[in-house]
Write a protein that binds this ligand. Structure first.
Ligand code: IFM
Length: 465
């Protein structure tokens, strides 16, 4: 790979401490395809994406980027970029087609082949057990609104560990429980597409309980590098009017603190508990749950994309339903300046502030950036390359922001770019491209973008220091 067009001088300006690692992340439903192969059962995302009107132009993950068969090529790309770690998720319905009970060995064998390929190339596997693809059979029994699903998740964790625990050291329970719970059950923008505050708060608690129970099972099996990934969105009030300040407090409560605080202190924030109770959707906590949820972690995964400014007031006609319980009287403002094709603003400074805040909330807990990235209009140019200057800029500015937080004393051990490949962006379908590697969805041809080359330069420079 030539670095002539990859702005090596920018990459060279970024220095990270020895031992810091760089990787890229993906998730099963977004890349694998092969949804009816080797005994895989349906997930809530199969059902949701096949329901008319739920996803952009009816896009589904049926084919995605064919990673299920193309994984050797994809691991070779990781090697070419110089990644030292790869974060992926296991599809629960590949392993347990009915969610519980019968284990599908062919599903487990796929992940064993993938992990072996990674290890052979010297790439450290970081395994996430749940990135939103709940088996439909469990949804039919209540999904995350049912306490039983938490116990089934713990069983599933044990089964995956029994198959892969000899080769995978880094284990993560959930990716972004906020999205599963609130986009899945409050706004209904994601599977299972429910719009009901009581279901949403039940899902919040049962996801966290599932994390804690699965963590217990993994600890019993000797896992010593265990974490969970949360998505954080810093929330600021549009003004210092008390109602705007309170709107920001409420959204920050549900977006950020409702997940982080119980994990690190063993208690939900009191103001959030009160907000949810006032909205008629109390958290269904039972005796002992919070000790399970608050058991020690080895690392915390941080996903960061953008920040938000909010004000109190009725949501204008046409604005999508709120993802926050009782959030019908809060309006998210349009971001200022450049926006990505997702409509998200670009705020590396907020990334630094966020990391400093998390460092204060969770003293002594090492952080890993498990996702950070941006979607833009990408094209393969006449010269065969993808000149994604905006993604290069986003990447370098966010790495610099991360470096600033580390220089301020925040303990961050590694960075995973989202994403390795262009892929299925959930309800937004294939219209949003986040990859360091472009995928032509007609031919499945992979092309490393300029951002991938710049990232490779950052990594090479880091290794050679
Ligand atoms: O694509 C998603 C990913 O699955 C979870 N975090 C945010 C990404 C971009 O929206």
């Amino acid at each position: 790979m030539s670095s002539t067009d990859s702005r090596p001088e920018l990459a060279a300006g970024l220095t990270f401490p020895p031992g810091f690692f760089f990787g890229a992340a993906t998730a099963a439903y977004q890349i694998e395809g092969a949804v009816d192969v080797d005994g895989r059962g349906p997930s809530i995302w199969d059902t949701f994406s096949h329901t008319p009107g739920r996803t952009f132009q009816g896009h589904t993950g049926d084919v995605a980027v064919e990673h299920y068969t193309r994984y050797p090529e994809d691991v070779a790309l990781m090697k070419e970029l110089g990644l030292s770690a790869y974060r992926f998720s296991v599809s629960w319905p590949r392993v347990l087609p009915e969610g519980a009970g019968r284990v599908e060995q062919r599903g487990l064998d796929f992940y064993r082949r993938l992990v072996d390929e990674l290890l052979e190339q010297g790439i450290d596997p970081w395994l996430t057990l749940y990135h939103w693809d709940l088996p439909q059979a469990l949804q039919d029994r209540g999904g995350w609104t049912s306490r039983d699903t938490s116990a089934r998740f713990a069983d599933y964790a044990g089964i995956v560990h029994d198959a892969l625990g000899d080769r995978v050291r880094h284990w993560s329970t959930l990716n972004e429980p906020m999205v599963s719970a609130l986009l899945g059950h409050q706004s209904g923008a994601h599977a299972p597409g429910v719009r009901d505050a009581v279901s949403a708060s039940r899902a919040v608690h049962h996801l966290l309980l599932g994390h804690g129970l699965a963590a217990g099972v993994l600890r019993e099996r000797g896992v010593d590098h265990l974490g969970i990934t949360l998505n954080f969105t810093p929330m600021s009030p549009a003004s210092d009017r008390p109602e705007d300040v309170d709107a920001a407090r409420r959204l920050d409560g549900q977006q950020n603190r409702m997940f982080l605080v119980p994990l690190v202190t063993g208690a939900y924030p009191e103001d959030v508990v009160a907000d949810l109770a006032a909205a008629g959707a109390p958290l269904p906590v039972e005796d002992g749950d919070l000790e399970v949820i608050g058991a020690p972690l080895d690392w915390l995964g941080v996903n960061y994309y953008f920040e938000e400014t909010v004000r109190a007031g009725a949501r204008p006609e046409g604005m999508p339903p709120t993802s926050f319980i009782g959030g019908e009287d809060v309006v998210e403002l349009d971001p200022e300046g450049v926006t990505t094709t997702m409509g998200w603003g670009v705020s590396p400074e907020a990334f630094t502030r966020l990391l400093c805040w998390i460092g204060e909330q969770a003293p002594g807990l090492p952080l890993v950036i498990t996702e950070n990235g941006s979607a833009w209009e990408d094209e393969v140019s006449a010269d065969g390359a993808v000149h994604d200057a905006q993604r290069v800029d986003f990447l370098l500015r966010h790495l610099a922001a991360l470096r600033t937080a580390m220089a301020d004393g925040v303990d961050v051990r590694g960075y995973f770019a989202w994403s390795l490949l262009d892929n299925y962006e959930w309800a937004r379908g294939y219209a949003q491209r986040f990859g360091l590697v472009h995928v032509d969805y007609e031919t499945q041809r992979r092309t490393v973008k300029d951002s991938g080359r710049v990232y490779a330069d950052v990594i090479r420079h880091h290794r050679e220091r």
